[in-house]
Design a protein around this ligand. Structure first.
Ligand SMILES: Nc1nc2c(ncn2[C@@H]2O[C@H](COP(=O)(O)OP(=O)(O)OP(=O)(O)O)[C@@H](O)[C@H]2O)c(=O)[nH]1
Ligand SMILES: [Mg+2]
Length: 327
């Protein structure tokens, strides 16, 4: 059976236990944000009079939680408007509206990984140093392997000492193949070999790692463009995904990373890592609203299974704990 079928059928065959553990992982990964950002919102939105002071307090909490100024002002304006038009005078009633606004804001810019069309399904992974690229690749390799896909990893980070070895360990752990050159070699040559090996070996998936770089270093960004160009040329089509890995704990800097990486390569999605490490979590809203690049994956821990498809409704209900999540 071609892997494409496995990929698209996977969510439907998930058992109840798997679903339960998935929800638990998300909940524990979001614990800090729940006790930080969400607790503050709940405090404001419970039993208070709806007045300008309330909106100002809410604004302050949203900005502190990394929601970004633009997104915060947008959300609070929406809420003011609703409070006026629906004549809401007590804050508890407004909370539900706020959660709905948050969901629709995230919904407008969330997506899942593209469904595979052609072999190999190619994902290029980019981002600043330490964002979680290599770990995310390991987690994706594990996921695809679970779906019986034949996976190759390309060790495109030839720059950082130990980077190739780190990816090699993930390849071994997950039981997938690895294409690598020596440290210090040309990453475009690794990309060339990786795409051609994937084609020659009939691999279902190729995931290409890249070296972390500051988004402001022009020469490194143009190196990334070159690696991407080589992949497209050797593949004879666009890549399936070019994922920007963003560390949720970097706050507003995530927005400038998105903008600058977008200039170098055609990003198709964001993997937001280390959500378990922040009490703010509002960065998801800022990314959704201010960058037009969909958030596709969220990292909520260091284990294999801690990389999840981003589901705005599930995300918001896990945070704000409004009843049971229904599909
Ligand atoms: N808690 C937590 N840690 C994570 C997550 N994703 C990655 N990490 C950790 O972040 C650190 C850096 O991860 P890497 O995958 O090496 O990051 P990278 O982007 O490849 O870094 P460079 O290769 O140096 O550019 C590691 O210690 C990972 O275990 C996550 O979702 N949650
Ligand atoms: Mg790395």
């Amino acid at each position: 059976m071609f892997w494409k079928k496995m990929f698209s059928d996977k969510p439907k065959v998930e058992s109840k236990e798997e679903k339960q553990s998935f929800l638990q992982k998300l909940a524990s990964g979001l614990e800090k944000t729940k006790s930080g950002f969400v607790a503050k919102v709940e405090e404001i939105m419970t039993g208070r009079k709806v007045d300008e002071e309330l909106f100002e307090d809410l604004e302050e909490v949203l900005i502190q939680a990394d929601c970004g100024v633009e997104t915060t002002l947008f959300l609070v304006d929406q809420l003011r408007e609703k409070a006026r038009s629906e004549k809401i005078t007590e804050s508890t009633a407004l909370k539900e509206i706020l959660v709905d606004e948050i969901i629709s804001l995230m919904d407008g810019n969330a997506d899942t990984l593209k469904t595979p069309q052609d072999k190999p399904y190619v994902i290029m992974v980019v981002g600043v140093n330490g964002a979680g690229k290599t770990t995310t690749i390991g987690k994706l390799a594990h996921r695809f392997k679970q779906e019986n896909a034949k996976v190759i990893l390309g060790a495109g980070d030839t720059f950082r000492a130990g980077a190739i070895e780190q990816l090699a360990i993930w390849a071994e752990r997950t039981g997938v193949e690895l294409i690598s050159h020596q440290e210090g070699s040309d990453p475009a040559a690794v990309a060339y070999d990786a795409v051609n090996a994937a084609k020659a070996r009939g691999s279902d998936v190729l995931i290409l790692d890249t070296a972390g770089r500051l988004q402001t270093k022009v020469n490194l960004m143009s190196e990334l463009s070159k690696v991407h160009r080589v992949c497209v040329r050797e593949l004879g089509r666009e890549l399936d995904e070019v994922l920007l890995v963003v560390d949720a704990t970097t706050g507003q800097n995530a927005l400038s990373q998105g903008k600058l990486f977008q200039e170098a390569v055609p990003l198709t999605g964001i993997a937001l890592t280390k959500l378990d490490g922040t009490a703010k979590g509002g960065i998801v809203l800022a990314l959704a609203n201010e960058l037009k690049i969909p958030v596709k994956l969220v990292g909520v821990g260091e284990q294999y299974e801690d990389l999840q498809d981003f589901d705005p409704k599930l995300f918001a209900t896990t945070l704000f704990g409004e009843g049971e999540y229904e599909e």
